[in-house]
Write a protein that binds this ligand. Structure first.
Ligand SMILES: O=P(O)(O)OC[C@@H](O)[C@@H](O)c1c[nH]c2ccccc12
Length: 262
């Protein structure tokens, strides 16, 4: 089976004259019972897909906001196993693709083959594993062959051209273009080379290129969707859910839906 569900969802939103918007939430922040409510809310608000974070004790790519959300989730007993079980109870109500974001360690202790099989069973659209470099990713990629679960790669601002070529050759779902050098968390400004970097990636990739890291205001969403196929917003969404600031979430989503053909 070709891995098309996640790509198709992004392309479909782009065809509507919108750009893809993928919010990130931390599963178990506020208690596992809030996961379904948040997913249904975001789906109704018109997002393209949803990145679901698995809390982990050593989140090396994460800044303070997501680290603290992870600690809150862990303190409430959230594990990968619990999250998979919880999603299984309501996955039929979720029509937007879910992209699980987890570090490699929880995956290893879950068991790669079991994880792949469970992802298929509960309709997961993609997986992001930030601490799994391309060279080490075959075990997971092989476990997902023949499924519609995409292994989404990260490309950094500093990835050299030959590495970018290797990554785009095996990329599935979309390319996650990391927009800053460093960790997740809101930023005031972006590198001047970003526009050219995204243009290069788009030229080389046959699947959509989405920008993520540091994007936290409607203005930043608007300027990013002008140069990428969509955005991923994490810390700002996590913070807004933590403070039950629904308005901020809706405003961020709407910023990606300004008609790009005008
Ligand atoms: O929080 P930010 O700066 O908006 O960045 C997105 C991000 O949170 C989400 O995609 C993510 C959370 N943790 C990660 C670790 C690696 C890669 C990506 C992520």
């Amino acid at each position: 089976m070709e891995k098309k569900r996640l790509t198709d969802a992004i392309v479909a939103s782009n065809h509507k004259g919108e750009k893809a918007f993928i919010p990130y939430i931390m599963a178990g922040d506020g208690g596992i019972e809030t996961l379904k409510t948040k997913l249904l809310f975001l789906q109704k608000a018109g997002v393209t897909a949803i990145e679901v974070g698995i809390p982990f004790s050593d989140p090396v790519a994460d800044g303070k906001t997501i680290q603290q959300a992870g600690e809150r989730a862990i303190s409430k007993g959230t594990t990968l196993r619990l999250i998979m079980k919880e999603i299984e109870t309501f996955y039929k109500q979720i029509t937007v693709p879910l992209v699980l974001m987890t570090y490699y360690n929880p995956l290893l202790s879950y068991g790669i083959d079991l994880f792949a099989a469970d992802c298929v069973r509960i309709g997961i659209g993609g997986i992001i594993v930030p601490d799994l470099p391309l060279e080490e990713s075959d075990i997971l990629r092989n476990a997902l062959v023949g499924t519609d679960v995409a292994l989404v790669p990260l490309v950094s601002l500093t990835s050299p051209p030959d590495r970018i070529a290797k990554i785009t050759a095996v990329a599935e779902g979309f390319i996650y273009a990391v927009t800053v050098n460093g960790i997740t968390g809101i930023r005031n400004a972006f590198d001047k080379t970003l526009e050219q970097h995204l243009a290069n990636l788009k030229e080389q990739s046959t699947i959509p290129v989405l920008a993520g890291f540091g994007i936290s205001t409607p203005e930043q969403v608007e300027s990013m969707v002008a140069i990428a196929d969509g955005v991923i917003v994490g810390s700002a969404i996590v913070e807004a859910f933590h403070h039950q600031d629904i308005n901020t979430i809706q405003t961020l989503i709407q910023a990606s839906n300004k008609n790009v053909f005008n």
